[in-house]
Design a protein around this ligand. Structure first.
Ligand SMILES: [Zn+2]
Length: 354
């Protein structure tokens, strides 16, 4: 991967963007994409929309959501311990013993979710230590009183795991929030690739917001853009680690290329074109079975207005919704290459009626 792209990926993934608080990530995204596009704007919801050939007849929308899961300050007790509510699908079993940043108006404040030491636990407590209820957990920032906390932290401040991007073996990288900042990264990279040779159609690249709390940003942005074809880029569960089950979720492997979804949420002509594009360009790909509506932006795109021809292209991801999500850099590059090649296959007046 080019060093500029890698630096952008790191900056984007390291920036905080819990659903509803995406502006730091959106600022980084807009700054990177601006030189490659004809227009760039943000809407009232916070979606960032970059456009190449805005006035062309046929509209392709590419989107990846930049929001990540997180926590929110809910209550501060008299001793200065902070209680939280989840933003999106948080696994409470992995919270105790972790470091977090509370993103205040004055900047990030470090805190930890504490846990009673194992020495002090009764036999019964050790056996029953499973998934705690979130209201039983507390954040400790080292404060002594409620007053001290309230001077810097406000109710509703968002919180993220204090974990950035790091490198593993064999071109793999680990970070929190690859779900789905890597999707908005792929959209930005696709815009960069197609800026070299403009396609015949209008391409709207969108970094959407609030996916993790019910695919909300994509609904307003798809309505505003009114695309003919829409492709969502998200992560999908890899099944190449010890307790994953390919019999349940299909065989998906890191480094074997983007997973192209097939099923009711996907227009069959879009699916065929994505597969033929991958083959023609010798881009390795995988196929993912999706018998029902996918829990992604692709669902809202397909149901926009009178219906949109929709595709879903996913990057394999291990340990989704943990601070140690793993993906392969080669899968990111191949996904952007596939989408860039796909835009050149589209032309005005093309029909997607199956
Ligand atoms: Zn997610």
């Amino acid at each position: 991967m080019e060093i500029k792209s890698l630096n952008f990926l790191k900056e984007l993934v390291d920036s905080p963007s819990p659903s509803g608080y995406e502006q730091p990530a959106q600022g980084i995204w807009c700054k990177y994409v601006r030189p490659f596009v004809d227009e760039i704007k943000k809407d009232v919801h916070g979606n960032a929309i970059a456009v190449i050939n805005p006035h062309a007849k046929f509209r392709l929308m590419l989107c990846g959501h930049c929001d990540e899961i997180g926590l929110m300050v809910n209550y501060i007790d008299d001793k200065g311990y902070i209680y939280v509510r989840p933003i999106g699908g948080i696994d409470t079993a992995i919270l105790p013993g972790q470091r977090f940043y509370i993103h205040t108006r004055k900047g990030p404040v470090l805190g930890v979710i504490g846990k009673k030491a194992i020495h002090l636990m009764e036999e019964e407590e050790r056996k029953s230590a499973g998934t705690p209820k979130i209201h039983t957990l507390w954040l400790d920032i080292g404060a002594r009183t409620k007053d001290e906390v309230e001077k810097i932290i406000s109710i509703g401040d968002p919180i993220t795991f204090a974990a950035g991007l790091d490198y593993l073996k064999n071109g793999l990288v680990v970070a929190r929030g690859f779900d789905d900042k890597m999707g908005s990264f792929v959209v930005a990279e696709t815009m960069r690739l197609i800026s070299r040779k403009k396609p015949q159609i209008a391409v709207f690249g969108v970094s959407t917001v609030q996916e993790e709390i019910g695919a909300r940003g994509v609904r307003t942005s798809a309505f505003g853009i009114s695309p003919d074809v829409g492709i969502a880029i998200d992560v999908t569960h890899a099944t190449d680690y010890p307790d994953a089950n390919a019999k349940k979720t299909g065989e998906i492997t890191l480094g074997k290329g983007p997973a192209i979804s097939r099923g009711a949420n996907i227009n069959p002509i879009v699916f065929d074109k994505l597969v033929s594009t991958a083959r023609a360009n010798r881009i390795s790909y995988q196929i993912k079975a999706e018998p029902i509506a996918t829990p992604t932006d692709a669902n809202a795109i397909q149901l926009n207005k009178a219906g949109v021809a929709t595709g879903l292209v996913s990057v394999p991801n291990r340990y989704m919704h943990t601070p140690v999500e793993i993906i392969a850099l080669s899968d990111l590059e191949n996904t952007a290459k596939l989408l860039a090649s796909f835009t050149y296959k589209l032309a005005p007046k093309m029909s997607f009626i199956p």
